[in-house]
Design a protein around this ligand. Structure first.
Ligand SMILES: Cc1ncc(C[n+]2csc(CCOP(=O)(O)OP(=O)(O)O)c2C)c(N)n1
Ligand code: SF4
Ligand SMILES: [Mg+2]
Length: 347
């Protein structure tokens, strides 16, 4: 008789899915591109949170960064929009179906140049969407020209020096009213994963600027978005831990050493202080730290600002609980009597 070999059970998450279910197609980006590492962390975050991929919509614009939704959550909904126009497509999709969880991936060019107008209005609305900027300071897809997040004095490979000041997307987002603003580095697995999980648990717009080196066009001496420059100039605001609502973990810490932020779904974001006394719910402190680090040529990383209880756009609009996409026709458009009444009122 053949020996019976028993396979060890496959590891699954709290909804019984394997990590592989959260993957997408094989990446076509350059080996070593920071954007690939971000896709990996997005896969880990959704797996660890136990989100049903069928309840997720992935959105993007145009660029190497905007190609990445093809490389994670292969079973989710997706829409690759026009350059810089992802925010309006995301707004339409999430208003039509508020039961979906939205994740948008953009680039520093897609957001900071052609899409800046759409970005500005997205930040002030608090649409429930995780909005990631994969920030390499250049237009990777079109061969590495400076983007609006390139730092003053940063050098292209051919020696051309950037003589314009950068747009700090985090400062802009805080100023405009975004309710979760973070900055991280594609090479910092632990910090980025904790930030992503917190962002996905936030009710409102979560804007995450992830410095993500372009190994082909912007990873040389003189670039301020290279792996070596970012590693040397990273100024973490605190050590981040995330406790999801479904894990009943008691965390011991000395009073005064850790700030705890309760997220809307009951998850907890713990920020252990690193010498500095940073409070991520203080908007003025957030803006000060961003201005000061930019002036020193450094990157403040971590959760920069969080406002967990502000109404999101769906609540502000007072939408019915049933997603609009699931409403029967007679509840989505006014009947003849109502239209007659409107016409009469305009006479
Ligand atoms: C309307 C329009 N204008 C210009 C372009 C050319 N274009 C494609 S991607 C891109 C910039 C991409 O930069 P970024 O968003 O930073 O993405 P990365 O490739 O660096 O990840 C540009 C200018 C385009 N596709 N469509
Ligand atoms: S060109 Fe740059 S941004 Fe695009 S895939 Fe290659 S390394 Fe990444
Ligand atoms: Mg770019």
């Amino acid at each position: 008789m053949d020996a019976v070999t028993t396979q060890p059970p496959k590891k699954t998450n709290r909804i019984g899915l394997e990590l592989a279910t959260y993957r997408g197609s094989k990446t076509t980006l350059c080996a070593g591109c920071g954007h690939n590492a971000i896709s990996e962390r997005i896969i880990d975050a959704f797996y660890e949170l136990g989100t049903d991929p069928k309840r997720v919509i992935k959105l993007s614009g145009i660029g190497c960064s905007s190609k990445t939704p093809a490389y994670f959550l292969g079973g989710s909904h997706g829409f690759n929009a026009v350059h810089g126009r992802m925010p309006s497509v995301a707004t339409g999709a999430l208003l039509a179906n508020s039961s979906l969880q939205g994740i948008g991936v953009s680039g520093d060019g897609d957001t900071g140049a052609i899409g800046i107008g759409q970005f500005v209005h997205l930040m002030r609305r608090n649409l429930p969407l995780v909005y990631i900027i994969e920030d390499n300071g250049c237009y990777g897809l079109t061969k590495g020209q400076f983007s609006p997040t390139a730092d003053l004095g940063s050098k292209l490979k051919n020696g051309v020096v950037n003589d314009l000041p950068p747009i700090d997307t985090c400062a802009l987002a805080v100023e405009l009213g975004a309710t979760f603003v973070a900055r991280s580095f594609s090479g910092d697995k632990k910090q980025l994963l904790a930030i992503l999980k917190a962002a996905l648990s936030h009710r409102g717009t979560s804007m995450i600027d992830v410095i993500s080196p372009c190994v082909t066009f912007n990873d040389h001496e003189g670039s301020t978005k290279s792996y070596s420059y970012v590693k040397e100039h990273d100024e973490p605001l605190g050590e981040i831990s995330f406790v999801p609502f479904f894990e009943d973990i008691t965390v011991e810490y000395d009073p005064g050493t850790t700030t705890e932020v309760k997220m809307h779904d009951g998850s907890r974001l713990l920020l252990k202080k690193l010498g500095n006394d940073y409070n991520p719910t203080d908007k003025m402190q957030a803006l000060t730290v961003l201005h000061e680090t930019l002036r020193r040529g450094e990157f403040a990383t971590g959760v920069i600002y969080v406002e967990p209880d502000k109404d999101d756009f769906i609540t502000q609009l007072n939408l019915v609980d049933t997603p609009l996409a699931a409403l029967p026709m007679d509840r989505t458009r006014p009947g003849k009597a109502v239209l007659d009444e409107v016409m009469e009122s305009l006479r």
